[in-house]
Write a protein that binds this ligand. Sequence first.
Ligand code: HEM
Length: 312
Amino acid sequence: MREQDVTFKPGNHAIFLVFGLNKPDDTGPVKAICEDAPSFVRSLRNRYPAETVSCVLGFGSPAWDHLFPRRKKPKELSPFAEIKGEKFTAPSTPGDLFFHIRSSRADLAVELASLVTESLGDSVFPIDEVHGFRYFDGRAILGFVDGTENPDIPEESRRFAVIGDAEPDFKGGSYCFVQKYVHDMAAWNKLSTEEQEKVIGRGKFNDRELSDEDKPENAHNAVTNIEDENGEELKIVRANMPFANPGKGEYGTYFIGYASTFTTTRKMLENMFIGDPVGNTDRILDFSTAVTGALFFIPSLELLDELAAAED
Ligand code: HEM
């Protein structure tokens, strides 16, 4: 089974599109997009061989039930259940269809998003659209390099991001969780560099991980660093992008994590928003508010083909 481009690097330009289903009875255009989106990518890659172009397409739980009522459902595909801690909340927001478009060029990303949107026509309505950009040397808008501890070797990225034998019917698929954050930049910028480094758990300039003595227990990379019962580190593949509307004073991070099992991502989120132990919440949340949260299933390329032709 071949996976969609879930282990790709974040890229220079990304567009994140979330749609709702508009016409519950007319499922034709939505099923057709399963074939059309990969063919749009093929065309752009053929025409611009020196550029990178990709489009990952996924389904939310209600859309899966509606579009494919007689098919099996991926084990962990259900609407994201809000996480409510004492201090912070990870909200759950709606989403039927999701597209993660990446390109080395902004115009190609916009072209792909336009082709997808035109094809879907009025079978869907827009819920959220974020245009992300690469910020300097791959930094989050908070000024810290983002993505360093992502799995790096291709086999490792696939093991963590792509469903294997655990779900034979959905092999080659992935669970994708997205969450839009807005940052309180005024409060963030009041911190000294040293204080900011203690929030993230890494050096700001050189991206070096803080030593165990210097790293607080509520640093972002301490809270999200998790292990299985055998002490093996559990990872996900992140491709976050900064976004900004400076005129409105809005600065944010579009978090996106692909995983072979959503349980891993969910544990990281619980650590951040509730804390383990309870109350040890992620210090990054003192400067970041989650405003969306949705889970999507990303079918393998073979399953996408099948879904395009699905009668049910
Ligand atoms: C406000 C939104 C977020 C920002 C700005 C952000 C930024 C960062 C940065 C700068 C790092 C350090 C460099 C690196 O290893 O990538 C990092 C690490 C990490 N983040 Fe986030 N992140 C955010 C949300 C999340 C969420 C929601 C999750 C999980 C659901 C997550 C999971 C991780 C993991 C697993 C690491 C690596 C930890 C380790 O060192 O083992 N992040 N993040």
